[in-house]
Design a protein around this ligand. Structure first.
Ligand code: NDP
Length: 632
């Protein structure tokens, strides 16, 4: 049966004598596609060189490969085609497929030296002398990402194998929940042939994948499964399987379920919000089994996953090369049009970065919530007026996705009521803020703003205690005298501190785990598609190319100095007016501590020495020996 093919160029590759032209021609007839024999595109100089028994060098091949690449691109404008070309080295294959990254497949005709020699000896009229065969085998770098067929088989068998492989999906996704569905639609909408799986639970979860496929026209080429073995076998090798299941046990369960059907070289991508140490463990576990594991942070929620998320991949760099075509195509674009996705680091790096992203997100949300409360209660502004104000702020350097959506939230009414007033004041969390706080503590990074944001959510959960305390203490909030522009600048100030703390956490993790993270690149990936995208993140991209500590940068220092009086006054008045503002306060306190050249830690040193004889160092010899005083 003729497979339903994605538009692509099928390169038939292998050493001379492996049967590229024969198989290419036969396949072209079967699939009703044009065939191009690479040998016909050699310039005369190359032919003469080969005929004289001299192997071609990279320079000789360059123009030839470029000519074939042009043929591939031109044909793709019309339809699929088949091109036979030795393409023995990885570099040659890259040249051949340049600019058509997601639209080609290699079919590698594999045979031993003796098998090929035998085939060549039985042929006549080929310009390649037998003496060059050894040099071809010496040059050959067997491709990993190709349909591999054995030339020992008959042409009919080879054709059947190629057709069956071409019929398989190029990418698989497990877990058709909120995020999984959006990512499937995004992938299929970009022209990828995918397989989709959701577990079957009798009476509860039945035919989820099939029903989903029927609902969306862009999924017409997608294959739907609820049997794991059939799903895994529907994928081209090396298989690329993305998990979008709940973080924790579910990820381990799914890995154990797919493992029996996987082969060496396959790639598993965990796109959930997994804990980075779990990712590290899974990476090591699967490596032992010859399977690459990538932990990819995905941000942008349901809509982002559909339209273009920000993706933070970590794991094996070679595995990334094999999946980047998919991830970089479906991701958001930065202001220069580049993919908001690139390889970031080994092991659990991707999930650590996603975790830190969520930490920054917690603080950004809480800062807006604090500012909202000050404006609503302290300045007696109605939600629509605050929405106007936030929209105005969004016209300038405070622009952010979170501020934009907050303005929209504030305009929403239900009947005569503002919807925001009908929403319960208890915030849930899924644990990433907690992990970030723990990681920051373990790495010795004072991420005080995000810790305060997390604790604010925790306090919000004690609703009934808060109600009792409110009745007992009857706190009366005072109006705020301070101008709104001070609140704006306090918010601006606190956001800078929040981002500084997030970046410091990433820097420390990078050192500790030897991930060699590029802070500017991480911020570039965060410029679009993700929840913390903002004008400020865009400012950080060039700045972090030259600056390690953003607080020591002249431009940032200027912003902080300009806003310092505003945050001091905002925090002071808000505290006097009985407003809880943990994140604004944390940002100010952090800054006040950070800029102290003589902190109060001399007292801590002395106390530790007093009760525990821990010793202390002195100002005149800060790296020197410990001193001890007999304090009693
Ligand atoms: P959902 O709860 O909507 O979907 C979870 C999916 O996982 C469902 O398809 C579910 O199947 C499947 N699943 C759960 N347990 C198992 C199991 N043991 N075996 C097989 N399948 C299982 O979650 P989301 O799509 O929202 O999130 C998925 C991941 O992405 C999570 O890690 C989440 O933290 C992360 N994430 C979510 C974002 C969001 O905005 N929602 C944003 C970024 C990341 P079934 O339907 O049968 O229960």
């Amino acid at each position: 049966m003729r497979p339903h093919l994605k538009k692509q160029v099928i390169f038939i590759i292998g050493v001379s004598g492996s049967g590229k032209s024969t198989i290419g021609n036969l396949l072209a007839k079967e699939l009703d596609l044009p065939f191009f024999d690479g040998d016909d595109y050699h310039p005369e100089s190359n032919r003469e060189k080969m005929a004289s028994g001299k192997p071609l060098n990279d320079e000789d091949r360059k123009g030839w490969l470029m000519a074939l690449n042009t043929v591939a691109k031109e044909e793709l404008k019309k339809n699929s085609c088949i091109i036979a070309c030795s393409a023995l080295k990885k570099k040659y294959r890259q040249q051949l497929s340049e600019g058509i990254e997601n639209e080609f497949r290699f079919v590698f005709l594999h045979g031993s030296f003796d098998q090929i020699l035998q085939r060549m000896e039985s042929r006549s009229g080929h310009f390649m002398p037998l003496s060059l065969l050894q040099s071809q085998f010496d040059t050959l770098e067997p491709p990993e990402n190709a349909i591999r067929v054995d030339v020992i088989n008959t042409p009919e068998q080879i054709l059947e194998q190629i057709k069956s492989e071409l019929n398989k999906s190029e990418f698989g996704l497990i877990g058709l929940g909120v995020m999984g569905k959006s990512l499937c639609r995004n992938l299929a909408g970009k022209g990828f042939y995918i397989s989709m799986y959701n577990r079957h639970v009798d009476g509860k979860e039945e035919d989820i994948a099939l029903t989903f496929k029927k609902d969306f026209p862009e999924l017409h080429t997608a294959k739907a499964f609820d049997k794991m073995q059939a799903f895994v076998h529907s994928l081209q090798t090396p298989r690329k399987i993305m998990l979008m299941v709940n973080a924790g046990k579910a990820v381990d369960q799914v890995i154990e379920e797919i493992l029996p059907f996987m082969s060496t070289g396959d790639i598993v991508i965990d796109g959930g919000n997994s804990y980075y140490l779990d990712t590290q463990r899974r990476y090591e576990y699967l490596k032992e089994k010859g399977i690459s594991f990538m932990g990819v942070g995905v941000s942008g929620g349901e809509e982002g996953a559909l339209q273009g998320p920000s993706l933070m991949p970590g794991g094996d760099p070679d595995a990334y090369d094999k999946i980047k075509g998919y991830l970089e195509t479906i991701s958001a674009r930065d202001p220069d049009g580049n993919a908001c996705c690139s390889y970031l680091g080994k092991g659990g790096a991707g999930h650590f970065i996603k975790m830190a992203h969520n930490g920054v997100e917690y603080s950004e949300m809480q800062l807006i919530a604090e500012v909202y409360q000050l404006l609503r209660q302290g300045k007696n502004m109605q939600p629509d007026k605050i929405a106007d104000l936030f929209e105005e702020w969004c016209q300038g350097e405070l622009n952010s996705y979170l501020l934009e959506i907050t303005a929209k939230i504030l305009r929403r009414k239900e009947g005569n009521n503002w919807l925001i007033d009908l929403i319960l004041d208890k915030a849930a969390n899924k644990g990433t803020g907690n992990w970030t706080t723990v990681a920051a503590s373990q790495l010795g990074i004072p991420a005080t703003v995000l810790t305060s944001a997390l604790y604010s959510r925790y306090i919000s959960a004690f609703k009934s205690s808060r109600e009792k305390a409110s009745a007992l203490y009857s706190p009366e909030k005072l109006s705020l005298e301070l101008p709104i522009v001070h609140i704006k600048n306090a918010y601006r100030f606190a956001r800078i501190i929040n981002h500084h703390q997030g970046i410091s956490l990433l820097k420390e993790a990078s050192e500790s785990y030897a991930w060699e993270l590029d802070m500017s690149e991480i911020c570039r990936i965060w410029t679009n598609g993700c929840i913390i995208r903002s004008a400020f993140i865009e400012t950080l991209v060039p700045l972090l190319k030259k600056e390690k500590d953003i607080l020591l940068n002249a431009h940032i220092a200027g912003m902080l100095k300009e806003s310092y009086a505003a945050i001091t006054q905002t925090v002071s008045e808000a505290v006097l007016g009985h407003y809880p503002i943990p994140c604004l306060t944390a940002a100010l306190n952090y800054f006040n501590s950070y800029k102290e050249d003589r902190s109060n830690a001399n007292m801590i040193q002395a106390q530790r020495d007093f009760f525990g004889a821990h010793g202390y160092r002195k100002n005149d010899d800060p790296e020197g020996d410990l001193h001890h005083t007999n304090w009693s």
